[in-house]
Write a protein of this length. Structure first.
Length: 115
């Protein structure tokens, strides 16, 4: 367990060093601290999700799966397009435990596209 700032490159290096090989699953429930401004909160958390997607490209096996929290908002399509560019299958899931008015949802990406 690491309690670090994921946006810090040192944290990413720590994670990479923990694993000697590629992994099968990454689950990220990270979100930026909310400000109360739904647009700003969405942009900040979705930027974090994009960062996790890009990081997963280094970490996942070819058939690996990524589950990552994101918020529905104006930059949602950018995150979706990034995922579709890099994964063969991209789906979305809103847990029953999430309030209906919440913009929170999860992107589920599987099977990396090979270049």
């Amino acid at each position: 367990f690491l309690n670090n700032d994921f946006s810090d490159e040192k944290t990413k290096k720590k994670i990479l060093n923990v694993f000697n090989d590629k992994i099968d699953v990454i689950i990220s429930d990270m979100a930026e601290n909310t400000t109360g401004n739904k647009t700003v909160d969405s942009i900040r958390t979705n930027s974090l999700c994009s960062d996790v997607i890009n990081f997963s490209l280094k970490m996942l096996t070819n058939k690996g799966t990524l589950v990552c929290k994101l918020f529905m908002g104006e930059d949602f399509l950018e995150v979706k397009n990034l995922a579709k560019k890099n994964f063969k299958k991209v789906d979305f899931f809103k847990p029953e435990s999430s309030r209906s008015e919440s913009k929170e949802t999860y992107i589920v990406c599987s099977s990396l596209k090979t270049l």
